[in-house]
Design a protein around this ligand. Sequence first.
Ligand code: OAD
Length: 238
Amino acid sequence: MFEDIADQLKKAKDIVFVTGAGISQESGIPTFRGKDGLWRKYDPMTLATIDAFYQNPKLVWEWYEERRQNILSAKPNPGHLAIADLEKYRKVSVLTQNIDGLHQRAGSTNVYELHGSIITIKCTVCDLKDTITTNFSQLPPMCKCGNMLRPDVVWFGEALPQDIWKSAIEQSSSCDAMIVVGTSLAVSPANLLPVYAKENGATLIEVNPDKTPMSDIMDLSLRSSAAKALPELVNLVA
Ligand code: OAD
């Protein structure tokens, strides 16, 4: 069984990774669900919705600033690095729900941020979009146009950036293999991507210490951590 899947992976020319918070867990960034997950301690409805932001922009900004500081001091782990390394051998795309930028810092060049980025800001009114380079002197930070700036992330109830989502569907529908890493697949529409790959007959591999709602459609589930399993998978292909 494992040999068959390993063989299919070796033959795959076009490999897509779908990643979630679990891939950055070993870099010291907490996941959302599970034992030490952020949503055990915090209520997403008061921190990660557009209504919450307008109700208490300072609180939401403080929460994102604390996470941004933690993310900036974190380093890519062997899981992120292995995915970046695979670009030497295959066409690789990374469709990530993470906002931490660690795939790019590891060297991946073809990253689609489905849920935006904590490193960029955008204006709530005008079309300003920028990278955050310094700490803010006041929260919420204000745009030159006089309106509030917000983190450039996708909150619950908001649509994904349409061009990125369209590309994600295209890549998922045409890849030879999809490797789903560190996501509970609890959040739509990102959790549909493995279905597109399956419909195209791609080999589906999951890397997750726990079972997920899509484990049953996987060709192989590696019950292992990302930092351990991904370098081994990449070695098979390289
Ligand atoms: P979750 O926190 O829902 O799931 C993390 C997954 O990673 C779980 O299935 C864990 O079993 C697995 N995991 C934990 N440690 C791991 C490790 N070292 N290696 C591999 N896997 C590991 O995170 P996401 O699925 O990314 O959205 O969550 C999706 C979205 O829900 C996030 O983008 C965020 C959140 O609410 C918004 O804030 C809009």
